[in-house]
Design a protein around this ligand. Structure first.
Ligand code: ADP
Length: 212
């Protein structure tokens, strides 16, 4: 399988699409946000530094991200093909990724309006065990039983940074820091843009881009 970068504003469904791809194909989903939240919940050496930035909707320092990504991308399972969800998130990280000499076959951009993102983030609840995501504000995405994961039965949780206030900050950070990397990849000719909000339609488009 190939190596893919997913780029999208917060709440656009990067994690959902990555999970759908991994369920169907033998690939590795690398969610930087999940790696960072794990470090925080396990109270690792960088927990405090991470929590401070994440709770404000700001990017974590490139140096620390680079350390984490260098380690993760050199683990053996990445040879199957990986989906990067949340890295790179600024031009400097894109350059650092190039320097790691990992081949990137597709850069896929999910283009979703700010209004849609806001509703998705504010109503989002996530299963900490299997990663499934639900939305209490969107009829068709509600869990069948209040607060319980449809997939594995675990108690659902709300991410600390999924408040309206932090969403606005995360969105600003995305526009200022992350969106400019689209131009960086445009120059390399491997950028694909998808603007649907229907998750099955997005998934079908991704599959056709990948030719699978
Ligand atoms: P979302 O894409 O929905 O904002 P993520 O789970 O990808 O959520 O990221 C959550 C937070 O983790 C970000 O707001 C940021 O603070 C931090 N983070 C994630 N990826 C990176 C990165 N590549 N560089 C710096 N900070 C990051």
């Amino acid at each position: 399988m190939k190596n893919i970068i997913l780029i999208a504003p917060p709440g656009a469904g990067k994690g959902t699409q990555a999970k759908m791809l991994c369920d169907k194909y033998d690939m590795v989903h690398i969610s930087v946000g999940d790696l960072l939240r794990k470090e925080v919940s396990e109270n690792g050496p960088y927990a405090q530094q991470l929590e401070e930035k994440m709770s404000q909707g700001l990017l974590v320092d490139d140096e620390l991200i680079l350390k984490i990504m260098n380690q993760r991308l050199n683990e053996e399972d990445c040879e199957k093909g990986f989906i990067l969800d949340g890295f790179p998130r600024n031009i400097n990280q894109a350059i650092l990724l190039d320097e790691m000499s990992k081949q990137i076959d597709y850069v896929i951009y999910l283009d979703v309006s700010k209004e849609t993102l806001k509703n998705r983030i504010v109503g989002r609840v996530i299963c900490p065990k299997c990663g499934s995501s639900f939305n209490t504000l969107i009829e068709e995405s509600r869990p069948k039983k209040d607060n319980v994961c449809d997939t594995c039965g675990s108690q659902l949780e709300k991410r600390k940074d999924d408040s309206l206030e932090t969403f606005e900050k995360r969105y600003d950070t995305y526009i200022k820091e992350t969106e400019p990397i689209l131009d960086y990849y445009k120059g390399k000719n491997n950028l694909y843009s998808i603007s649907s909000t229907d998750k099955e339609e997005v998934f079908d488009t991704i599959k056709s881009i990948l030719g699978v």
